[in-house]
Design a protein around this ligand. Structure first.
Ligand code: SIN
Length: 298
């Protein structure tokens, strides 16, 4: 993949930060935030800059945090109401926290493919806040891809065509009774996942969405949950969808985060995809994910 004929990748910066440090980690998206202790209540001015950093950089990272489940939820709640996942089990006493665990002897990880969280919902999440409790000595990084850049670097003709298309999304390919992924999920003993007919429900979203806060356009299809285009068969949809899945996740649109225990990532689910790498066999990884509700894509 190359970008030459369409232009250069740039990070959007919209002003100075005076309450937090913000250091981009790649040319496409992602920034590390410093000077914030999330175990304490964050004041409104600092929170405003964290929100701005999220909008500017699409995914932000904090290091060296010590969070209880309640503090994790309190911080996340400053950005919206919290989601309870319909198909994945939760931490005891905390329905809003998904434990993302891979034990030393397990093979299948959670989130091990490019996806946008829960686009099978009519109102998919604003974002997710992922906190690392135990990390492998090596491996287990997470990749993120900017879906603003994925849109921006399409040709004018493709943009025009996609602008008129709607996609059908479903959880069926991941949590449907007959799906391959459900069979793999069942092998993962450390996490509870439901295989259910309810997962086959479909919803419609525009293929190109407009971010409700930045006004920028982002590509909004993903391999985990996008089934086909509205008004077309799966077979007819497949070639263009496959092109878009590959286009949207090319290296130049990505950043890669190396986790340490106490790291926290907060991604904007409206303009990113992510991928949890499964390259740490024989080691344990444990994360807690809180997901903030979003609104209907337009
Ligand atoms: C996820 O897809 O939410 C999991 C990401 C990760 O474990 O790095």
């Amino acid at each position: 993949m190359h970008l030459g004929e369409h232009g250069m990748v740039t990070v959007v910066e919209t002003g100075q930060y005076t309450h937090i440090g913000v250091s981009p980690i790649s040319g496409a998206l992602g920034a590390e935030i410093s000077g914030v202790d999330l175990s304490q209540t964050v004041d409104d001015a600092t929170l405003g800059e964290i929100r701005r950093a999220l909008l500017d950089h699409c995914v932000i990272f904090f290091r060296g945090q010590t969070l209880t489940p309640d503090r994790h939820k309190d911080f996340s709640r400053r950005f919206g109401t919290l989601n309870v996942h319909p198909f994945v089990g939760h931490v005891a006493g905390h329905p809003e926290i998904i434990p993302i665990v891979k034990e030393k002897d397990e093979k299948v990880n959670f989130g091990g493919g490019w996806h946008t969280d829960m686009s099978f919902l009519a109102e998919p999440p604003l974002g997710s806040v992922l906190y690392a409790l135990e990390t492998p000595a090596y491996g287990g990084d997470t990749l993120f891809a900017s879906q603003y850049l994925a849109y921006d670097l399409l040709s004018p003709g493709m943009k025009q065509m996609l602008g008129g298309l709607t996609a059908i999304h479903t959880a069926g390919m991941q949590y449907g009774v007959e799906s391959e992924a459900s069979k793999n999920n069942a092998k993962r003993k450390s996490m509870e996942t439901k295989a259910t007919e309810e997962a086959e429900t479909t919803v419609e979203h525009p293929v190109v969405r407009t971010h409700p806060e930045t006004g920028r356009k982002a590509l909004y299809v993903n391999e985990a949950f996008t089934l086909k285009f509205k008004g077309m068969s799966k077979r007819e949809s497949r070639p263009l969808l496959q092109f878009l899945f590959e286009h949207a996740t090319q290296d130049a649109f990505t950043c890669r985060f190396r986790w340490e225990t106490g790291s926290l990532a907060f991604w904007d689910n409206r303009c990113t995809q992510h991928y949890a790498l499964n390259d740490y066999h024989g080691q344990r990884r444990e994360m807690h994910r809180v997901t903030v509700d979003g609104d209907r894509p337009f």
